[in-house]
Design a protein around this ligand. Structure first.
Ligand SMILES: Nc1ncnc2c1ncn2[C@@H]1O[C@H](COP(=O)(O)OP(=O)(O)OP(=O)(O)O)[C@@H](O)[C@H]1O
Length: 259
């Protein structure tokens, strides 16, 4: 559970689905490296294949060609080495917050005591100690996503895939979640791939930002961000605002001026 690395190599991966009117290319041939324990944001227009790429790294979708490896081993099915957090909270409504986190630990053969201790520590890390016995319906959206984060980090995945995890939250809660995620990630250091539609979110959080083209998606631009955290977009001397303009230009539909 503890040995970390988490080098992901997406090697010339193309993904096609059988659509109603024939095959659809969801992801054009794509090569991407996620260095161990870095935070990569993926941004692109709706339908460009972001979730498809993420699902392939999660082992939920098989590439039509090319291959994906984690520390050299081909990913061909979901495993406990890769954690996933989606926009929809995916908590079990009939389990308390504590039991939701415990559920993620079931397959590790811990004693009940170890399981509960570990789950409590994970909830503590996300500031939910006082809510451990509450059921999801009694938790706010931000709190539910905290439980999902606790559940995932509790089992120590090498890779964490986050598909618009804060997309359903209000702006204020999102900021709080950014701080929380940075804190927890810097402690546990999984390799993170984070899909978002929000350019600012990508710039505030990521070491690397990849921009995808519209469908069939491919990676069209990479930005390596070395700005120290915590970041502010308008800090003097920072070029984040220029990068933001650049990315918004890339995402603007080519025919927007004709509207
Ligand atoms: N299982 C599937 N079968 C057929 N087509 C699919 C399947 N999954 C995805 N697609 C198609 O692949 C393309 C890419 O979808 P995907 O969900 O990866 O895009 P996305 O960039 O994540 O979109 P969004 O930002 O709206 O979530 C879309 O045209 C979608 O309809």
């Amino acid at each position: 559970m503890e040995t970390k690395q988490g080098h992901v190599h997406v090697d010339n991966v193309e993904i096609r689905f059988q659509g109603r009117d024939g095959p659809v290319t969801a992801l054009a041939p794509t090569t991407l490296e996620l260095a161990p324990q870095t935070f990569t944001a993926l941004i692109g227009p709706s339908g460009c294949g972001k979730s498809t790429l993420m699902n392939a790294i999660g082992g939920f979708v098989t590439p039509s060609s090319g291959r994906i490896t984690l520390d050299g081993a081909v990913i061909d099915k979901p495993s406990e080495q890769v954690g996933v957090i989606f926009q929809q909270y995916a908590l079990f409504p009939w389990f308390s917050a504590l039991d939701n986190v415990r559920f993620g630990l079931k397959r590790f053969g811990l004693s009940k005591r170890e399981e509960v201790d570990r789950a409590r520590a994970a909830l503590d890390e996300v500031g939910l100690s006082a809510h451990a016995d509450k059921f999801p319906q009694a938790l706010s959206g931000g709190m539910k996503q905290r439980v999902a984060i606790a559940r995932t980090f509790a089992f120590g995945p090498k890779v964490l895939l986050m598909d618009e995890p804060f997309g359903a939250l209000d702006a204020q809660t999102r900021l709080v979640m950014h701080d929380l995620l940075m804190r927890v990630w810097q402690k546990h250091k999984a390799t993170v791939l984070f899909v978002t539609h929000d350019v600012d979110e990508a710039l505030l959080l990521a070491d690397d930002v990849h921009v995808m083209s519209s469908a069939p998606g491919r990676l069209i631009r990479h930005y390596a961000l070395a700005q120290p955290r915590p970041r502010a977009l308008n800090r003097a001397g920072s070029d984040l605002l220029d990068i933001r303009e650049d990315i918004l230009g890339l995402l603007r539909p080519a025919d927007a001026t004709a509207l």
